[in-house]
Write a protein that binds this ligand. Structure first.
Ligand SMILES: [Zn+2]
Length: 334
């Protein structure tokens, strides 16, 4: 692994890379939402800091330092993370695992590196760390990670260099997902990426549960069957799905918008590369042809979704919102 093998985060990687090839400074804070990849990047940076021949792309990967970091056995590298079952990192742990260790000389590498998950470091823990950050021992580098800078005391922030991690693009999230799980279907990777807000960790979570893919199948089936469904079917069997997914209604609406987008693509550019696998793409184009779906009809359906989204946001009666939406969709495709 090197920086270039981590997906996205060009700005952060460039700053950390240049720190590796100059005097790195003594304390960094990687800031970004949960799941964005702060720890992966911090570990790569730590490896580069300990490596005997670092480049701007991180550690060499082959020297003993890099190997020990990879095997989690480097004596000059420590991580202070949330212990299982705890709510916070204990101040006693800050003292024993960090403060009493920083003064001891490094054993193999030219310096010592500490990674601290500051999301779980309370005010007391931060204060304990403060003095060391004010007068850092030589050849010690601290890397803190935090999801929200305001969790840190101003005195900590003023003694560290903040490096921000930004949401990834959809393409980057797809790449990351496929790299982690080469067996994931491209259409599913795209779906998870779209719902991930650019956060790879969240996309991974989505991919571990079948909820999103199941709901996608359900709403695709609903929209494709819509012209043929009776009013009764619509208001009973199909309604019950929405009734069960009340909490996820906003996501369901987004999924339905996606399917309408696929239908629109089948109308205006039937030969383009769609998101879905061939079989589903075929079903969509058949339905569009069979029921003479036009952009106008798709527009009416999309409007029905917008109306429902607005009413849901302003806490309207859910049953009424869904019923009206289903009927408006049905009317839209006819
Ligand atoms: Zn190395």
């Amino acid at each position: 692994m090197a920086f270039s093998e981590l997906i996205g985060q060009k700005i952060a990687k460039s700053r950390l890379g240049s720190a590796l090839t100059s005097d790195p400074g003594h304390a960094f804070v990687l800031v970004g939402p949960p799941g964005i990849g702060k720890k992966s990047l911090a570990r790569e940076f730590a490896k580069g800091l300990l490596c005997s021949h670092p480049t701007e792309d991180g550690g060499c990967g082959t020297c003993p330092n890099c190997i020990y970091v990879r095997e989690h056995t480097h004596p000059d590298y420590r991580e202070l993370l949330l212990p299982p079952g705890e709510k916070n990192i204990k101040v006693a742990d800050v003292r024993t695992k960090i403060l009493s260790d920083v003064t001891i000389m490094s054993q193999i590498a030219a310096r010592k590196v500490y990674l601290i998950d500051a999301d779980y470091l309370g005010e007391e823990g931060q204060n304990a760390l403060l003095k060391t950050l004010e007068e850092p021992p030589k050849n010690v580098v601290f890397i803190l990670t935090v999801s929200d800078e305001s969790r840190l005391l101003p005195t900590i922030l003023s003694r560290t260099e903040s490096i921000r991690l930004f949401p990834n693009t959809e393409e980057e999230v797809v790449l990351a997902l496929r790299k982690m799980n080469p067996e994931i279907l491209p259409e599913e990777a795209s779906l998870f990426a779209r719902f991930s807000n650019g956060i790879i960790g969240y996309a991974v979570k989505l991919s571990e549960s079948s909820w999103l893919t199941d709901a996608w199948e359900e709403v695709t089936d609903l929209l494709l069957q819509l012209p043929e469904l009776s009013r009764t079917e619509l208001m009973t069997k199909r309604y019950s799905f929405f009734d069960e997914e009340k909490e996820h209604f906003a996501d369901i609406l987004s999924l339905m918008e996606m399917v309408l987008g696929e239908m629109a693509l089948a109308v205006v550019a039937p030969d383009s590369d769609a998101l879905r696998e061939e079989a589903k793409k075929d079903k969509i184009s058949k339905m569009v042809k069979k029921h003479a779906i036009t952009m106008r009809k798709i527009g009416l359906c999309s409007e029905a979704l917008t109306v429902a989204a607005k009413a849901y946001k302003s806490n309207g009666n859910y049953e009424m919102i869904v019923s009206r939406m289903l009927l408006a969709l049905k009317k839209g495709v006819m």
